[in-house]
Write a protein that binds this ligand. Structure first.
Ligand code: URA
Length: 233
């Protein structure tokens, strides 16, 4: 029997293909419509598609010129927790997904420690193309991608925004902020139409170099867990 698929479903399928979401083509039909995953509005899908298209169309960008793939996002667009890293590395550039390398493995462990995973958070980066040699994005590059990042945040509209490392901190909160002073603090922030609670913690790549700082990150993670409970997320 052939079933008709409505346009909303087609848009969702297109979007999940875009972000390489692994649930879209599960073999068993019963798995295809897991409510949590599919109840994002067609409007949100359209906005995300449009944003990705705009970023893909960037010209005169040194990052894009040297990159293999755009790295737009991973995770659940319906999530109430959004995580922002710095920029794609070698593996992310190859796969077109954020945090799939060693830093990603640690991020997954950090999330898991407070019962989170890529099905209940949404992940992106300050810049969407890999900086050559994995260098930090320059101030100009950050400034160029910031309007897209802000739009991205507005579309996802998270209740909790987690900034990983100083690049994300400086982009969203302010250039002069220092991570050692700002981590582990809640800041109420309005980004476009999105009012959100922002917390900064150390970037997993930094934690791999400085494992002694993991104990501070554990404090931050517990703060996120508590906030999640308080906000009934
Ligand atoms: N580091 C980041 O900041 N983002 C990634 O996607 C991977 C590593």
């Amino acid at each position: 029997m052939i079933k008709k698929i409505n346009t909303k479903t087609i848009k969702l399928i297109k979007y999940y293909n875009y972000i390489n979401y692994d649930l879209i083509y599960k073999n068993k039909a019963i798995n295809r419509y897991q409510k949590d995953i599919y109840e994002i509005s067609a409007e949100k899908v359209e906005k995300l598609e449009k944003l990705k298209k705009i970023i893909s169309g960037i010209t005169n960008c040194n990052l894009k010129r040297n990159a293999t793939n755009i790295v737009f996002s991973d995770g659940n667009p319906k999530a109430k927790i959004m995580i922002i890293g710095e920029g794609p590395g070698f593996n992310e550039d190859k796969e077109g997904l954020p945090f799939v390398g060693r830093a990603g493995e640690l991020l997954d462990k950090m999330l898991d420690s407070i019962n989170l995973n890529r099905k209940n958070v949404y992940i992106t980066n300050v810049v969407n193309y890999r900086p050559p040699e994995n260098r930090r994005p320059t101030e100009d590059e950050i400034a160029r991608y910031l309007p897209y990042l802000k739009k991205h945040i507005e579309i996802i509209n998270p209740k909790i925004l987690v900034l990983l490392g100083s690049t994300a901190l400086n982009a969203i909160i302010g250039k002069k902020e220092v991570i050692s002073k700002m981590r582990g603090k809640w800041i109420e922030k309005k980004i476009g139409d999105c009012a959100t609670s922002v917390i900064t913690t150390f970037h997993p790549a930094f934690l791999m170099r400085q494992p002694a700082q993991k104990k501070m990150t554990w404090i931050d993670l517990k703060m996120i867990r508590e906030k999640k409970l308080k906000l009934k997320i």
